[in-house]
Each structure stands twice: as C-alpha cells, then as structure tokens.
Design a protein. Structure first.
Length: 361
C-alpha cells in the first residue's frame, strides 16, 4: 500500500519549490524503502529546479542522504529493515560494457527504482539523480543503498552521497594524488573543500586553495589547505607557480566548471601534470585552447564523474575516516533546516553563505 509522505517538489521550471504530500510505493523486486533522516541541499538540486538538467518536471528533489531501511522488496538479500545507509546515485549494473571490463565506477546503466513515486493525483515524479530524498521516505534500487557504520550522524554521513564523494574522489581517484604531490584546487565550496581534504589525506605535501572569497579561503585551511590564493586580485597561475618552485602543480582540480577556471587550471599545471574537472559547466559553455599547448604541455585532462567512486567500496571507507577524525564531515554542515526551508537554502547557496544546508527529518 502506498505511503503518504511530505516531500519537496519542483513543479515548474524556475518556480519556488513546494512542500507537497506524495505517494511512495512499497518496494518491488530489487527495491528498498528508506526512511530518510537527513539530506544535504546540493547545487544539483537547484540545477534540477531551474531546468538546467532536463525538463522532466515535476521533480522530487534531494539526493545527498542518509537514512534507515524500512522495508525491502523481493530478491533483496544483502539489506534488511533497520540497516543504516547512505544513498548513492550510482548503482553499478554489473553487466554493461564498463562493468564487464572491471570498471564499475563508470557504469553506463546504473540502477534506479522501477516503480515511480507520484503526486496524489498519480502524476509521476522524476527523482533527482534517481533518489528524491527531500522526503520522509523514498524508494530506490537496492544497489543505491550502501550500509555504513551507524555511529556516524546522518547529517554528516549523507554528504558523502554526492558532494564530498565527488570532490574527494576527484583528488584521490581521478587525479591520483599521491604522497609528495603538489595540488591546486580552484573553488572552495563543498566539492572543492572535499578535494582539498582528499588531497591532504592522500599525502600531498602542498595543497593550494584558489578562490575569490577570503571567507572560503579561510575555511579551506580547516580541510587541509596549506596555502591560499585569492584570484580576484592576483594572477592565480603565477601565484601557484610561485608556490611550487616556478613549476606549477602536479594535480589541479577545477571545482568551479567555467571556461576561465578551466583555462587557469590548464596553465597552472606542471609539465605532464593532471587537470581534473569536477565542477559542472552550463551546457552552452565552450573552451578554446591552442592545440600546440595541448600537445607541448603533455599530461592529462580528465573529467571526474562522481569522483570515479564505487559507492559500495568507498562510502564505508569515508565514514571510517570520519569516525576516526581524519575526515571532517561535520565541517561541511553549515546549518540544519526543515523540509519547508529548502527554497531559502537555495538562496543562501547562491550567495555563498553556506557549504551545506542539511535537511533533518
């Protein structure tokens, strides 16, 4: 029998979100019903609300969440009611060409729940990133629910479901940061600070935070930045070179995703260095670089999808690092809010007032 729950819905492009009652079905084969305890407010949710992802309105927003399994559907054997989980928007299928080649972190056919959640009138909802967790309960594919240590508080644990994992993985997995490397991170929001934390944990000897906001730069030191550069009044390319013996950084991570930051990242690398783009650009953005520079500077230009993570492998590791004091997830939580405060949280996010507002249910 469907469950009536309160949830945050984006009904029309660009319109303020609405708190509505929706219907969430009992889990079918391969699905689980999750009682959501906390869900971070991510830029991707705002992109959905504004129609920048696609136009499949109405959307059920929220995807950066932790909660408890309430019930499981037929065929689910590795999860049980009461399990504490973080939700992932990648659930490898195990059979696509990437999974078959041993690269499940690139899975091209990630699993989602088959049954739709709906408005009371039966209108299907499109859940953000296949999750839809700004809701008291949500329905996901079993592979999207990753068991973690229940000692982790949900408002911190849920953040590894998207932003923290994306940034951390951009440094550790995509960028391959290792002991002794020099690293520059452009953009010190939630994803950028997670990249800084990942680089620091991976053993980078120098981690340079680049931003145009001194408040964000001050905050970046909490996550492991050894140096900061305010690029509003300083050439960040020259500044990073000056902090790396005139060479440039071994790994540069663009957590902004704009043509100007990508170009800066390209030239602030050392020769044969790596540039990782994890910031999401707008669809109409373009980059123009001299082909001779692409050739002569060498190295690698990479895009990081979800930090190239494997949730079943990586989520428990990050939670363990949080519980041991090595990863400061609490530092990402600027405020906790109620379901009906998501729209105001979007405003704060736009103004750069928060790393993360987290809905607590």
């Amino acid at each position: 029998m469907p469950h009536e729950v309160h949830a945050v819905v984006a009904a029309k492009q660009g319109a303020p979100v609405e708190l509505q009652t929706i219907l969430v079905p009992d889990p079918g084969p391969g699905e689980v019903l999750v009682a959501v305890q906390a869900c971070g407010v991510c830029h991707t949710d705002l992109h959905y609300r504004d129609g920048a992802i696609n136009d499949e309105f109405p959307f059920l927003l929220g995807h950066e969440a932790a909660g408890v399994i309430e019930s499981v559907g037929p065929g689910v054997t590795d999860l049980a009611p009461g399990d504490y989980v973080v939700l992932a928007w990648r659930a490898p299928c195990g059979s696509c060409r990437s999974c078959r080649r041993g690269r499940p972190w690139y899975c091209f056919d990630s699993r989602n729940a088959s049954q739709p959640m709906t408005l009371l009138d039966g209108t299907p909802l499109a859940p953000a990133l296949g999750i839809g967790a700004f809701a008291e309960k949500t329905l996901v594919a079993a592979g999207q629910a990753v068991k973690v240590d229940p000692a982790a508080c949900p408002e911190a644990a849920g953040l590894i479901g998207c932003g923290v994992m994306a940034g951390y993985g951009a440094a550790v997995h995509t960028g391959g940061v290792g002991s002794g490397d020099t690293v520059a991170v452009i953009g010190c929001g939630g994803v950028g600070n997670a990249a800084i934390a990942g680089a620091s944990i991976a053993g980078a000897r120098r981690v340079i935070a680049v931003d145009i906001d001194d408040r964000k730069l001050d905050g970046a030191t909490r996550f492991g930045a050894t140096h900061t550069v305010n690029s509003r009044g300083t050439d960040p390319i020259e500044a990073v070179r000056g902090l790396t013996g005139g060479n440039g950084a071994d790994v540069v991570i663009d957590a902004v995703g704009r043509p100007e930051t990508y170009r800066q990242g390209f030239y602030m690398r050392d020769l044969a260095g790596t540039l990782v783009q994890v910031g999401v650009p707008d669809p109409d953005m373009r980059i123009d670089l001299p082909l001779i520079d692409l050739f002569s500077r060498g190295g690698a230009l990479k895009s990081s999808w979800y930090g190239d993570c494997l949730p079943s492998r990586d989520f428990p590791v990050l939670i363990d690092r949080y519980l041991s004091g090595r990863l400061d997830l609490d530092g990402f939580v600027t405020e906790t809010i109620a379901l009906d405060e998501v729209e105001s949280a979007f405003d704060k996010m736009r103004d750069g007032q928060v790393l993360r507002s987290v809905v607590v249910l």
